[in-house]
Design a protein around this ligand. Structure first.
Ligand code: SAH
Length: 348
């Protein structure tokens, strides 16, 4: 991929046209010279669409059992050191109830791909949450399923689905996953979810082993084609019990640069300042908000299991309960110049 020259005009053009050439994207990803201009432009665009509103999603990590073996992930099937847990229906409902009291209007159920949670069990959980909290939104993040399963969850009341594509490069996908997993199936899932009517979230890790600038440009093009409602990105962070234990973490500044580029490409997207961003730097999430992110996903899981949902090491917010997280969050968001709102925060 050729690198093309940049100027301040390039950032203005990205804001206006919502895209650049491959060569310009590549150059932009490889320099910090335009970061200030990118953040300023991204923050202006986010304020023009969403004002200073920050939406919160209560994250319930309901199982760390997983049948997959993604090379980067701490809860991969092959990690015999992981201490496994599952929440039961009552515990999940309990998390939602405390979240509701704290002002959460979206609940995200995330987990490993755990066969214990059959479609019937997922549908039962979703419909019970919707019955108790009819005005909330339910988001699922439970991996790759058949179209029929996605349809069943949707019919039970699920509104949104988070499924990061992880990387749009077939080659890199193969470097990060065992041969049994395929990028084509993951992409099939994303299009099925969209067609069914979910608000869909995709995204990639920044800086996993062997990722190049070219791969990130492929990710941007893939996202342009898919047109997701939500885009989650975060730095790759290593975990001692994975084949990538010795690999370096992804970069904070590259993640922030990508957040700003994504805000300019997708002015209406719901873009979280992720937990991984908060883990790589104590002010990472605040920096993410200033670079264009407008969503935060605090943890609602019971404190007793939080450390066990260890996708990567040193994950933040594993010691506080939901109420403490909420107070800390309000303070952080306000200090960054924004405001947490009590709202489902549906895509515009
Ligand atoms: N099983 C679900 C949820 C996965 S966890 C699924 O497959 O969609 C949510 C996200 O955490 C993943 O999509 C991945 O992008 C991210 N993640 C996993 N391991 C990570 C690591 N070591 N560093 C940074 N992010 C990681």
């Amino acid at each position: 991929m050729n690198r093309e020259p940049l100027s301040q005009e390039t950032v203005a053009r990205l804001e206006r046209d919502r895209t650049l050439t491959d060569g310009e994207f590549a150059s932009l990803l490889e320099t910090d010279a335009y970061d200030a201009a990118l953040y300023e432009s991204a923050d202006r665009v986010r304020r023009s669409v969403y004002g200073t509103d920050v939406y919160v999603r209560g994250l319930i990590e309901f199982t760390n059992w997983c049948k997959n073996d993604c090379f980067y992930c701490g809860i991969r099937h092959g990690n015999k050191n992981a201490s496994r847990y599952r929440l039961d229906e009552e515990e999940i409902l309990g998390c939602c109830a405390s979240g509701w009291e704290l002002g959460y209007r979206t609940f995200v159920l995330q987990g490993g791909e755990d066969p214990f949670f059959t479609d019937d069990r997922i549908c039962s959980i979703v419909s019970r949450i919707k019955r108790h909290f009819p005005t909330c939104a339910v988001t699922l993040s439970i991996g790759e399923k058949s179209r029929a399963s996605y349809q069943a969850y949707f019919d039970a009341g699920a509104d949104r689905y988070l499924l990061r594509h992880e990387t749009a490069s077939h080659w890199l996908y193969g470097q990060l996953h065992p041969a049994a997993m395929s990028l084509d199936n993951r992409i099939r899932c994303l299009y099925d979810l969209k067609e069914i009517g979910y608000a869909v979230g995709a995204g990639m890790m920044v800086g996993p082993p062997r990722q190049t600038t070219e791969h990130l440009v492929e990710d941007l093009r893939f996202l342009e084609k898919l047109g997701p409602h939500m885009i989650g990105i975060g730095p790759y962070l290593s975990h001692r019990d994975t084949p990538f234990a010795a690999e370096p973490n992804g970069s904070l500044s590259l993640t922030l640069r990508l957040l700003a580029i994504l805000r300019l490409m997708f002015p209406k997207a719901l873009i979280p300042a992720t937990t991984a961003l908060g883990t790589i730097h104590p002010k990472g999430r605040e920096m993410g908000l200033k670079a264009g992110a407008n969503v935060i996903m605090p943890n609602l899981s019971p404190v007793g299991v939080r450390k066990k949902y260890e996708l990567y090491e040193n994950k933040i917010c594993t010691g506080e309960d939901a109420a403490e997280c909420r107070v800390c969050l309000d303070r952080r968001v306000e200090a960054a110049g924004y405001r947490v709102v009590v709202d489902r925060g549906d895509p515009k």
